[in-house]
Ligand binder design. Sequence first.
Ligand code: OGA
Ligand code: MN
Length: 286
Amino acid sequence: MALKLRKLSYALGAEVCGVDVAMPMSESTFGEIYQAFLGHGILLFRDQDITRSQHIEFSRRFGALDRHETLPRDRHPDHPELLMVTNEPKPDGSPSDTKYTGRQWHSDMSFTTGPSLGSLLKSYEVPEVGGDTLFANMYAAYDALSGGMKKLIADLHGIHLSGTRKLANETTGIVRAEEQKRINPPVAQPVVRVHPETGRKALYIGEKVKRFDGMSEEESQPLIDYLVRHATQPEFLYRHQWRKNDILAWDNRCVMHQALGDFDETQLRHMERTTILGTPSGYVAT
Ligand code: OGA
Ligand code: MN
C-alpha cells in the first residue's frame, strides 16, 4: 500500500491520510509509516476515535514504551504507559499537576540517560481556539549553522535539568519540581546528536539546558540562548492546531517542541501521551 502523505509545513511534518491506527496493520504498512516518521520528523493521524489500549498498542509498533517511572505524578492511574497532559482539576478541586506540561522548548525525557525515541500525543479535549504546540526541525537548525559554530559546539554537552518549568502549578508546583529534581539528577547530553537511525546530525538543546559541562552558567547562557533562538526561527517550525482525536507522533531525536499557553484556561485541554524508549545517550553530570 502506498501511504497518502500531506506535508504539514515547509520545515517538517506530514499528515498520514486515510489510516485508522486501531485497525490491524501489516508489517509493510507500518514500515512505510516508520520511514515517513524518520523522513518527516512528525506524523499526524486525524480522527482517531480510539481507546487508550489501542493508543498504547499502536505506539508499541514504534518500540518499547516508557512506564513513566521518572514522572510518577503524571501517569494515568490505570495505564502507566500513558502520561497525562491535562488542565482538568483533580477530584478534590485542586489544580492538575500537568497543567503546564511542555511550556518550554524541550525534547521529551532529555533529562534522563535514556531519552525518548518519540512520543505519540492524542487529544481528547481541546479548547475552542488555541492550545497549539510548536515543533522545530533540529536537523535543519544544525545544518544552517556556520562552519565555525559547528566546530565550536561539536564536543559540547548540555546539562539538562528536570523540574524546570517556567510556570508552576500554584499549589503542588514547587513540591513537584523538588520531587522531579530528586528523582532525576542532572544529565549531560551532546549538543550535537547523531540520530541513531538516520545518521544525521541534529541540534539537541532546549530550555531545560542550564549550562554546558565544564562551564559556568554565566558562560553558557548566552550560547544556549543563541542556539534556542536560532533553532526556533519560523522557517524551522511547524505549529500544530489541535482537533479532538488527533494523534501526533514526533521524533524526539531530531525535533523539539513547546506547548503554547494561547488559550482560555477555563476551557478543558486534555491530552495523553505514550513515550517510546530510546537508545542510551548522555551521562549523569556530577
Ligand atoms: C508532551 C508535551 C505539548 C502540548 O506531551 O510531551 O510537551 O502541547 N506536550 O501538550
Ligand atoms: Mn513534551
